[in-house]
Design a protein around this ligand. Structure first.
Ligand code: UGA
Length: 447
């Protein structure tokens, strides 16, 4: 059924664009992917995913073999595509506001392609953009570059809610689709595309572009707030003998109104989205004369959260100068090699500044970590070799292989001392066998 849509285009082949492209292609949709990075295009065309993402190698290989995915830097290849998704990045400018230059460039290229193409196309903005971007920036650029009337093409805001590491699964099985449109033809075109793709449509919220754009920011800010809230309570737990944030979070999550997701206390959130999106939202709100206190507090809480591990290490070891600290996990979360805004970077920089020597291990992110942290850090080939001889080990990212470690795996440390920064270890198993501290875990109850 999807084939009736004809070809679709995706402009911007980051984790959102490429995961979406291979998902579409896997269901028989002829997909054209556009990116300005020729090196990245060559890797993709060769079947090599440019980043770690579950399911991507298989779906990319399949899409190329069946010739359902074609990638190029030439936007003219989009001519005749019924739907064109824009999935380029929206990074932070120096002052924290959103940098829309990639959106402007991508939209201009799409507009020039429309000038040379015939027939109706729907342009769909999937990138995270501040409210008003579709109406006030994308539409005027498309009109002036295409020299076509608004009725000749459509525009929709359709934010994505994909998690890195689960981007394909989330594309295939979304909780909801949010579609912001100003006219019926755009609505019909996108809904019918998704009907072809999904067969049975997921829940759809139809609204205006500004609401769709704001839903994305409000969702990310709320999720970040949930994390910072539980991390704040975790700090309190650390100072109450017998308290344990895992139990507190479980009890809270059993309330349907609260829900259990995003209540895992740890060393804070990282990644390319939450921090950037909160800063963009705060800056946008400020431009409207509105102060958003809760997202700001969530952001500030998160900035200091990784340093909690440093404080705990100091409490046990005193001066950290000359101490050897092992870090388990570098990527901003498991399942990805993405180091953007990873809490491990804040933590390691703090440790280096305090004069400690850092030995780190991550199953996939060392190559990317080296680009950020350089050679001041030693990188190990395994968890066991990073731990050996260390005065303290800090678990920063909860990869599955770390969850299998037991107290005996820490026996070869110079001083067996573990800080569980992601609450993966059972205190009942670890306490008493080595020095053990964890985020949101108070000292053992006196009774
Ligand atoms: C996030 C959102 O979850 C997606 O819905 C959204 O589409 C995406 O940003 C985006 O804007 O593109 P992502 O950044 O991939 O996705 O990562 P998450 O799985 O949300 O995790 C973010 C961070 O929060 C990680 O560092 C994770 O370790 C941390 N986290 C998450 C916690 O510390 N505790 C939790 O309970 C959950």
């Amino acid at each position: 059924m999807a084939k009736r849509t004809g070809r679709v285009g995706i402009v911007g082949l980051g984790y959102v664009g490429l995961s979406t492209a291979v998902s579409f292609a896997s269901r028989g949709i002829a997909t054209v992917g556009i990116d300005v990075d020729e090196g990245k295009l060559a890797r993709i065309a060769n079947g090599e995913p440019p980043f770690v993402e579950k399911g991507l190698p298989e779906l990319l290989g399949k899409a190329l073999r069946h010739r359902r995915l074609m990638v190029t830097s030439d936007c003219d290849a989009l001519a005749g595509a019924g739907v064109v998704f824009v999935t380029v990045g929206t990074p932070s400018a120096d002052d924290g506001s959103i940098d829309l230059s990639c959106i402007r460039n991508a939209t201009s290229s799409v507009g020039r392609m429309l000038r040379r193409s015939e027939g109706y196309s729907l342009i769909v903005v999937k990138s995270t953009v501040i409210p008003g971007t579709a109406d006030d920036l994308v539409m005027p650029v498309l009109m002036s570059e295409s020299r076509r009337k608004q009725a000749d093409f459509g525009l929709a805001s359709n934010p994505e809610f994909l998690r890195e590491g689960h981007a394909i699964e989330d594309t295939m099985h979304p909780d909801r689709l949010v579609i912001g449109v100003e006219d019926k033809k755009s609505e019909r075109t996108l809904v019918s595309f998704y009907r072809g793709f999904y067969g049975r449509l997921p829940k759809i919220l139809l609204t205006t572009p500004v609401n769709a754009e704001l839903i994305k920011y409000a969702s990310n800010s709320f999720l970040a707030t949930k994390i910072s809230f539980i991390n704040d309570i975790a700090r309190l737990c650390n100072s109450i003998p017998g308290a344990d944030i895992r139990v507190v979070a479980e009890g809270m999550g059993l309330d349907k109104r609260i829900a259990p997701g995003f209540l895992s206390a740890g060393l804070g959130y990282g990644g390319s989205c939450f921090g950037k999106d909160i800063k963009a939202l705060l800056s946008f709100a400020q431009s409207k004369g509105v102060e958003l206190r809760i997202p700001r507090a969530a952001h500030e809480t998160n900035e200091r959260q990784p340093l909690l591990a440093l404080e705990v290490a100091r409490k046990h070891l005193g001066d950290l100068s000359g101490k050897r600290i092992a870090i388990l996990g570098l990527s901003f979360k498991p399942g990805t090699d993405d180091m953007r805004e990873a809490v491990s970077v804040v933590l390691i920089n703090g440790l280096l500044k305090a004069g400690a020597s850092v030995v780190a291990y991550d199953p996939v992110a060392i190559e990317n970590a080296r680009k950020i942290l350089g050679s001041e850090v030693s990188y190990s080939k395994s968890a066991a070799s990073s731990i050996q001889g260390a005065d303290c080990c800090i678990l920063a990212t909860e990869w599955e292989e770390f969850k299998r470690l037991r107290p005996k795996n820490f026996a070869k440390m110079n001083r067996p001392f573990l800080i569980d920064g992601r609450r993966v270890y059972d205190p009942a198993v670890f306490r008493g066998k080595l020095e053990f501290e964890a985020v949101g875990l108070g000292t053992e109850s006196p009774r």
